[in-house]
Design a protein around this ligand. Structure first.
Ligand code: ATP
Length: 242
């Protein structure tokens, strides 16, 4: 008689995608789709943040409104979901991504491989994040290029205690999406992969959408090029950002 060796269950690949989503827009959807395809993600969790530590001025729309809009934005994508893991904390403490990722690990269990999706502007700010050098070990970072943000600077602005060890240059193609792969190393010699999606240049930001609405210059047609139609309708119905 021999002991049956349990077949390992394949890990679920889930990406945490945090942001203000004030409002969610087509740029968010584009990078989530690209990451999902390139990395064969089972699910992307869009998590509106309660209090972004680096945005002390806060968001314009309420947390509930940002959650509602994010739900509308992703409604057609069955592999996308809204997560409340980054909801405002009762203590008023800002939401630190390192804590959020620990909470997600605890909720999702060891059979989940966790990724953390962000745009290049966020990545270039990483040295300012709480316990930044620990982040790539809490979840594999997936960074999307963004207009106006240098790709070359990316690996020379790493948080203290991290170095980029190797890269694949030029980019390889994963499931039709260009990807640069790096290995990050910390001072203990631990290594973590990082994926950079270099060819996404979606010229949309939430700031631009808010100022368009504030200035009254957002025709319905223009707005729908920036946000999904259901979000455009919500913005209009609730008179947001005017
Ligand atoms: P704001 O203009 O208010 O700062 P935003 O458009 O950057 O907002 P956020 O909700 O703050 O949107 O972004 C969440 C994440 O999505 C961040 O990591 C950001 O870098 C990334 N992101 C947003 N828009 C794009 C885009 N067009 N291309 C690449 N990454 C993006």
């Amino acid at each position: 008689m021999h002991n049956a060796v349990p077949t390992p269950r394949p890990a679920r690949r889930i990406a945490f995608f945090g942001g203000s989503f004030d409002p969610p827009h087509r740029g968010h959807l584009a990078i989530a789709h690209a990451a999902q395809r390139a990395l064969a993600l089972d699910r992307v969790l869009f998590a509106p943040v309660g209090t972004q530590p680096l945005k002390p001025e806060g968001s314009s729309a309420s947390f509930a409104q940002r959650v509602a809009m994010t739900q509308l934005a992703i409604a057609d994508d069955q592999d996308f979901a809204v997560s409340l893991v980054d909801a405002p904390s009762a203590s008023g403490r800002p939401n630190y991504t390192i804590d959020t990722l620990a909470q997600l690990h605890a909720e999702l269990g060891p059979e989940t491989e966790l990724f953390c999706l962000m745009g290049m502007d966020s990545f270039l700010n990483l040295p300012l994040w709480h316990r930044a050098a620990a982040l790539p070990f809490a979840a594999t970072l997936v960074v999307a290029a963004r207009p106006g943000e240098s790709l070359d600077a990316a690996m020379s602005h790493l948080p203290d205690g991290l170095t980029a060890e190797t890269s694949t240059l030029p980019a390889s193609t994963l499931h039709g999406i260009a990807v640069l792969q790096y290995t990050l190393r910390n001072t203990h010699g631990q290594r973590a992969p990082l994926y950079l999606l270099p060819s996404l240049y979606v010229e949309i930001s939430a700031t631009e959408i808010r100022s368009l609405l504030l200035g009254g210059g957002a025709s319905e047609k223009r707005l729908k090029t920036l946000v999904p139609p259901a979000v455009a309708d919500y913005l209009k119905e609730h008179g947001l950002y005017q």
